[in-house]
Design a protein around this ligand. Structure first.
Ligand SMILES: Cc1ncc(COP(=O)(O)O)c(C=O)c1O
Length: 454
């Protein structure tokens, strides 16, 4: 788990950072007594053992992976300063790093002039995007697919914006007929296009949403918190790739470096195509912005204090792994997708399982075949546990029955939802581990089905 070589590099670069402040007079800091510190850290390590092994390829469940070593170390390095990117006074170097790193992300979507910054995560980033949307279209509805992240409806509640869900089609994407019909009422201000849903990685049909915008004139917010970086992957289906190609035409984008961008938690990013929306953030702060007339990030973000360390980590990661097509970073995403397709292929041809549509990004959902939908749901939960006992960690999700209908065969449809297994194959290493994952999944399934049939 621990990459000891990078720890050795860390102690060298920490000395380098220290040398930047060598001119200061010595002072007595609050260093704790080392023996006690070691004791407390030992207890901390003991407590942290109580976790799923998120860093290992056999953790193939939720949307979780460890940060890249360079991000982890750059973050830790910045902790010796603890910069605050709210204002230049609090984080001069890291504010500059944030502006550079965010410009690289915006550049990935083809945006040169834009407004954007880092924030706590996808929820905070979507809150800012909907806050801006609400101010530009006061009183008008926010629409998002019923497969959009659950926080959109909650955020709309917080902002007191009227929110409505649009049905999802059998592939988990926003249903375009339903959207077109709903738009006829002319009361919609913003449509949230989810570019990679949390449950199944489905990509809403952006080209069609853009065509509807041309007709009805609403705002489009792309929630690409999970899926955004797949823009760089060269192995997407044509239809999905078309959505990514046109993402730069939306009005705002959310992308989470702390999901596919290899960052520690606490790193979301919101981008606006029109830099003019900065005027909506205008506020007076008599005590924070006095060191220069340059832009302080707190002038264009809702949060006040923010970790400059998150910017240092992102900046360092993008230096090591630039956000280009065909590069090492892009290859990691392509490998995740290949792994998802490989697992889907095995499940699809094995009669013990029911599958849905092929994965559009790197998420696979599947369930064991039962006599009825409710029986299949119960078996899913048992396989989840049996796999975990064998060291394979999956996740469980509950999805509408119409996602599965084409593959249910003669299973009794006694429930409107199916509890299934879900696997986010988001680590580049997952591709090399797919045979082992399949072996463990297959054995856990055999065990559960044998016990069931006895
Ligand atoms: C599509 C999408 N939007 C928003 C979020 C919320 O992001 P966060 O958990 O960083 O707040 C998620 C989280 O999984 C997501 O998948």
């Amino acid at each position: 788990m621990l990459d000891r070589e990078s720890l050795a590099v860390f102690s060298e670069v920490a000395k380098k950072l220290d040398s930047g402040f060598a001119e200061l007079p010595a002072f007595q800091d609050q260093s704790p007594e080392m023996e006690r510190l070691a004791e407390v850290l030992d207890a901390t390590a003991e407590r942290l053992k109580d976790n799923y092994p998120y860093f290992h390829p056999l953790y193939a469940g939720q949307m979780l992976k460890p940060p890249h070593p360079v991000a982890r170390l750059a973050y830790a390095l910045a902790m010796w300063i603890n910069p605050n990117n709210h204002a230049l006074d609090g984080g001069r170097a890291t504010s500059a790093m944030e502006k550079e790193a965010v410009a690289e992300i915006a550049g990935m979507f083809g945006w040169k002039a834009f407004l954007g910054h880092l924030c706590g995560g996808g929820t905070m980033a979507n809150l800012e995007a909907l806050w801006v949307a609400g101010q530009l279209h006061p009183g008008k509805k926010i629409l998002a697919s019923e497969q959009a992240h659950y926080t959109h409806s909650r955020i709309s509640g917080v902002l007191q914006l009227p929110f409505e869900s649009v049905p999802a089609d059998a592939r988990g994407r926003m249903d375009m007929d339903a959207l077109a019909k709903r738009l006829e009422r002319s009361d919609v201000g913003t449509v949230v296009a989810t570019i990679g849903t949390t449950a199944t990685g489905s990509v809403d049909p952006l080209p069609e949403i853009l065509a509807l915008r041309a007709k009805h004139g609403f705002r489009i917010h792309a929630d690409a918190a999970y899926g955004g970086y797949f823009l760089l992957a060269g192995n997407l289906e044509q239809e999905v790739a078309q959505a990514f190609i046109r993402i730069g035409e939306v009005d705002s984008i959310v992308i989470d470096p702390h999901k596919h961008g290899l960052q520690p938690y606490g790193c979301g990013c919101v981008l606006f195509r029109d830099p003019g929306v900065g005027r909506l953030y205008k506020h007076d702060s008599p005590y924070t912005y006095f060191s220069s007339g340059d832009l302080h990030l707190g002038e264009i973000s809702l949060e006040c204090s923010r970790p400059g360390a998150a910017a240092a980590a992102l900046w360092a990661t993008q230096k090591l792994l630039p956000l280009g097509k065909g590069g090492v970073f892009a290859r990691g995403l392509e490998n995740g997708r290949k792994a998802a397709l490989a697992l889907f292929g095995k499940l699809h041809t094995d009669m013990r399982f029911v599958t849905t549509f092929p994965p559009e990004l790197d998420i696979v959902v599947f369930a064991p075949r039962g006599a009825s939908v409710s029986q299949s749901s119960a078996l899913s939960r048992k396989i989840f546990e049996a796999a975990a006992k064998r060291g394979l960690h999956l996740a469980v999700a509950e999805l509408p029955i119409h996602f599965w209908v084409a593959n249910l065969g003669n299973m009794k449809r006694d429930s409107g939802t199916l509890v299934c297994l879900r696997s986010v194959l988001m680590k580049p290493e997952h591709l090399d581990w797919i045979e082992r994952i399949w072996e463990l999944l297959s054995a856990a399934t055999a065990e559960v089905l044998d016990a069931h049939h006895q």
